[in-house]
Design a protein around this ligand. Structure first.
Ligand code: SF4
Ligand code: SF4
Length: 351
């Protein structure tokens, strides 16, 4: 990257750097939560404020993605009384968020939904997003189920700094001028930050560029197995770096239903009631229909609106969180095969 400088810092210098950064920034990064995992005696890795370099868990993929910081699973948007409302507090400082290339690329997709969709900006997202900068975490090793290279999410330039982690040291590449002064006393280095170039898991990511193909795929028998396999729990979407769906609920504090707060809570196209309309009408009743919708939205629907390719960064969290061991990459490969089946049929039909 042009106009970058790299520095090599030891543990004590890193502690001083973090103390210095905290004067202006709330620093968020993946942190190990002992016994916080899904099963007994397993840990989770969640985004939390960090105060020291050693707080950061860089050896594992975080259980939930970076969107935890920008759009928490539950957040209060505003408080209301009978005739007034008051917005909830914005962050007290600017945000500095550590993430991998896939995580940072996922924020571009979050931005499309919250800031560019239909010409309306979401003010509660914008007030946080405008104050956020990102720090790239170099992937020293890959994790089970990563396929960032298959969706072009392995490289980013949307970061202010990049860290290559060592046990008691770090190589730090600085690309944002605003951070240059933090390193005025640091030892320069000729280290170059590396991006993943190849994943063990390779996915033949389907390309659907016309609605009639999407409509033909809706009727394909490949979806039927998910009526038995998928339990519609929504874990895959909650853990997804790029899913954004939420619901709003007014919580009232007292018997006076005019005093309370409005909360935004993460939701999922996979759970019952998500697409229920006034009058009780629901268009996707079977689990296979919900799963099909999710997949076709990621592969086709999002791209049809924004023309920026897959609504997926290949982070692998959806498959890692699925209690039924349903593999999203395997579904994508099946979808690619279904497209290959349909195309020759169409050619024969038009011949
Ligand atoms: S669909 Fe799966 S692999 Fe793609 S961004 Fe979401 S969680 Fe990651
Ligand atoms: S996590 Fe697995 S079982 Fe749950 S909704 Fe997603 S695909 Fe279905």
């Amino acid at each position: 990257m042009e106009n970058t400088s790299t520095y090599h810092l030891q543990a004590d210098e890193l502690d001083a750097l973090f103390a210095h950064l905290e004067e202006q920034y709330l620093v968020y990064a993946p942190v190990r939560i002992p016994s916080g995992g899904r099963y007994a005696q397993t840990d989770s890795v969640l985004y939390r404020p960090v105060h020291r370099y050693e707080d950061i868990e860089y050896r594992e993929r975080s259980t939930y993605p970076m969107k935890e910081v920008l759009t928490p699973i539950t957040q209060t948007l505003f408080y209301f009384t009978e005739d007034q409302y008051q917005e909830s507090k914005p962050p007290a400082k600017d945000l500095l968020i550590f993430g991998r290339a896939c995580d940072i690329n996922a924020i571009r997709i979050q931005d499309q939904i919250y800031l560019l969709n239909g010409g309306v900006e979401d003010p509660f997202y914008k007030r946080v997003r405008d104050r956020a900068k990102f720090v790239l975490m170099e992937c020293a090793q890959q994790f089970e189920g990563c396929f960032c290279c298959s969706v072009g999410a392995n490289v980013t330039d949307m970061h202010a700094m990049a860290f290559s982690f060592g046990e008691r040291d770090a190589q730090i590449e600085v690309s944002d001028e605003a951070f240059r002064d933090y390193f005025s006393q640091a030892k320069p280095s000729d280290y170059s930050i590396r991006f993943p170039e190849e994943n063990e898991l390779k996915v033949n990511y389907p390309v659907i560029d016309r609605m009639d193909m999407a409509n033909r795929l809706k009727d394909h028998p490949m979806w039927r197995e998910f009526d038995d396999r998928c339990i519609a729990c929504g874990s895959c979407t909650v853990a997804c770096s790029t899913c954004t769906c939420f619901e709003s609920t007014d919580i009232v504090y007292t018997q006076n239903a005019h005093i309370g707060e409005r909360r935004r809570t993460c939701s999922s196209c996979m759970v019952g009631g998500f697409d229920q309309m006034a009058g009780g009408q629901c268009f996707r009743n079977k689990t296979s229909e919900k799963y099909r919708y999710k997949i076709l939205h990621k592969v086709y629907g999002h791209d049809a609106r924004f023309h920026t390719g897959p609504m997926c960064v290949g982070c692998g969290r959806c498959s890692a969180r699925c209690p039924e061991l349903i593999s999203y990459p395997a579904t994508l490969n099946k979808l690619s095969r279904a497209i290959e089946e349909i195309q020759p049929e169409e050619v024969a039909h038009h011949a």
